[in-house]
Design a protein around this ligand. Structure first.
Ligand code: KDG
Ligand code: MG
Length: 420
């Protein structure tokens, strides 16, 4: 069997997705992967079309590990978000082909089910504590047992992630002439540029423990709650937050340090028993290793789409298992249904699985990219069709051409640049 074509489809059914379709010389046998890198979609699409696809034509799609090694180690300039996302898109499509060819769902090929359902979490958000509480109540009513909670911070304009699950699934910060946030175009970020948020650590650090005090007071102890810091704190700020959140027993505190500061997790550990999760900005197994071997985190949450796909994530899961760290793979709205399906297939086959982030896709995404995992009573399921169970409707994809879109950027109150 040989690869005959690598088709790269960029489509925007409410937000941009990069889809990889690998065709073979076996009639009707193809695989579908996702290679979406939010805000840098065309860089990945170009890498795939111009540099990677020509290398794959004529190769045996069964040889996933060898193709992975060739794309990672072969070009000399290894790694980074663009190349690892491209590699992930290829990897996922190849696993889809392998499953279809074997007549088995991918979770079977990865070792078989270790559980009956995949515990899932969603997002709740609001502009004040009561709004967050109401949103958490809605998520509980919808069946969720674990909810991520974000709240707008007084004085911090436009706190990303406070809009709950719907926002996470569908929001894009579209380029619009004159688009600016809170009059910040004076900083050169107006015009056809991303929105700009304002963020200061002091009000943030005061507000988050009060949010969880409110939520525990109103909602009790049974519902599992947690918070995503989005990599913005210094080590000592993160240690303070983790310590002050201890009484509210978070499921975990997510991504509290920048990805460069792995050794600083020791400081947080020395100050607190709040469980820690980290990893959505990692691009390699070697980013994860020090956090796992020293047990500096409790959950590893790489993005399969940015770390090289199922092949790499299963290796990371196995290293993590050795050190009693659980998986919590990234599952936002800005990766496509094929990547969400890959998450859930791997979750099923992973003994040290912890939890899976999920979103509900809008109808246009289901039309173009059918087969996303389904949610029921707190747990995710995937189809037991051969392969990953997802597909791409190319005619429907063509109805939604690419639209340039950016994530928001963040500046301090004095106008200086802050991490996203
Ligand atoms: O593109 C950025 C998103 O993937 C990120 O904001 C989502 O932090 C995120 C999460 O945990 O889902
Ligand atoms: Mg996150």
């Amino acid at each position: 069997m040989k690869i005959t074509e690598v088709r790269v489809i960029v489509t925007c059914p409410t937000r941009n997705y990069v889809v990889v379709k690998i065709l073979t010389d076996e009639p009707g046998l193809y695989g579908v992967g996702d290679a979406t890198l939010n805000g840098r979609e065309l860089a990945v699409a170009t890498a795939l079309k111009e540099h990677i696809a020509p290398l794959l034509i004529g190769r045996d799609p069964d040889r996933i590990e060898d193709i992975w090694q060739m794309l990672f180690r072969g070009p000399y300039w290894r790694g980074g978000p663009v190349q690892m996302t491209a590699l992930a898109g290829i990897d996922i499509a190849l696993w889809d082909i392998k499953g279809k060819r074997a007549g088995m769902p991918v979770y079977s090929l990865l070792g078989g089910k270790t559980r009956d359902g995949v515990l899932a979490y969603t997002h709740a958000g609001g502009s004040d504590f009561n709004e967050v509480e109401d949103d958490v109540r809605r998520k509980i009513a919808a069946g969720f047992k674990v909810v991520r909670c974000q709240v707008a911070i007084p004085g911090n304009a436009g706190t990303y992630g406070t809009g709950g699950g719907a926002e996470a699934a569908s929001a894009t910060w579209r380029e619009q002439p004159g688009n600016s946030h809170s009059g910040r175009s004076a900083w050169g970020d107006g015009g056809p540029m991303p929105m700009v948020e304002t963020w200061e650590p002091a009000p943030y650090l005061r507000t988050i423990p009060r949010l969880f005090a409110h939520l525990r007071d109103q909602l009790g102890d049974e519902i599992e709650l947690f918070h995503d810091v989005h990599e913005r704190l210094t080590p000592i700020q993160a240690a303070r937050l983790a310590k002050e959140l201890e009484p509210y027993h978070l499921f975990f505190l997510e991504d509290c340090l920048r990805p460069e500061h792995k050794e600083s997790f020791r400081l947080i550990r020395n100050h607190s028993t709040t469980p820690l999760a980290m990893g959505e900005l990692f691009h390699s197994r070697w980013d994860c290793v020090p956090l796992l071997t020293e047990q500096l985190i409790d959950f590893i949450r790489c993005d399969l789409g940015h770390i090289g796909g199922i092949t790499e994530a299963q290796k990371i899961a196995h290293i993590a298992e050795t050190f009693y760290v659980q998986t919590a793979w990234h599952g936002p709205g800005d990766i496509g249904p094929a990547m969400h399906a890959a998450n859930v297939h791997l979750d099923f086959a992973t003994a040290n699985f912890g939890i899976q982030e999920m979103v509900s896709f809008p109808a246009q995404v289901h039309e173009v990219l059918p087969g996303a995992p389904t949610f029921e009573r707190g747990y995710l399921q995937v189809s037991d069709k051969p392969g990953l169970g997802t597909d791409v409707n190319e005619e429907a994809a063509a109805k939604y051409p690419y639209e340039r879109a950016y994530l928001p950027m963040t500046r301090r109150a004095d106008g200086s640049m802050m991490d996203w």
